[in-house]
Design a binder for this molecule. Sequence first.
Ligand code: COA
Length: 151
Amino acid sequence: MQLAKPTLADIGEMQRLIRVFIDEGTILSRSDEEVANAIRSYTIAKIDDAIVGFASLYIYTPSLAEVRSLAVGRNSQGHGVGSAIVEALINEARSLKLKQLLTLTYRATFFSRLGFHELPKEEVWHHKVWEDCIRCKHFPVCNEIALTLEL
Ligand SMILES: CC(C)(COP(=O)(O)OP(=O)(O)OC[C@H]1O[C@@H](n2cnc3c(N)ncnc32)[C@H](O)[C@@H]1OP(=O)(O)O)[C@@H](O)C(=O)NCCC(=O)NCCS
């Protein structure tokens, strides 16, 4: 498995990978333009030249970023790909001198194992709520758990 930065030519394959998770409501849909705008925030995992997973380190402020759109294709899950992607984002966040990471997820134990701690949802940075949550089909009754990692 190799970790890499995607190019704009990878967007179609990235969108196909997460379609199933968008349909089941675990990941928010983003247009090709939105992915392109943030293309430098993504890290992809590849096996034999195929993209098997990715996530975005999306920066909100000079100190705060979110791990978002994390997904690993069903056939590749449970082999450490997701953990390797998040660890790469944590390293990237540290090298950028960010101070705090945030994530909203249904997979809280996955993130706690990587050092994240639960955060009361009222403390989630309000821009996240207004930019993303209002577009989600589960809003405002959301069972996602907010977690944070101090860097
Ligand atoms: C959440 C998700 C990204 C995890 O990806 P993954 O590649 O399966 O993650 P890992 O393999 O690193 O870890 C998954 C589990 O396998 C275990 N594992 C890790 N490496 C392993 C290995 N080499 N062999 C066996 N098991 C392993 C981990 O302990 C982990 O258990 P935990 O979730 O209870 O902590 C993936 O399940 C997914 O895409 N889900 C759908 C979308 C989603 O929910 N995204 C998160 C929303 S932010």
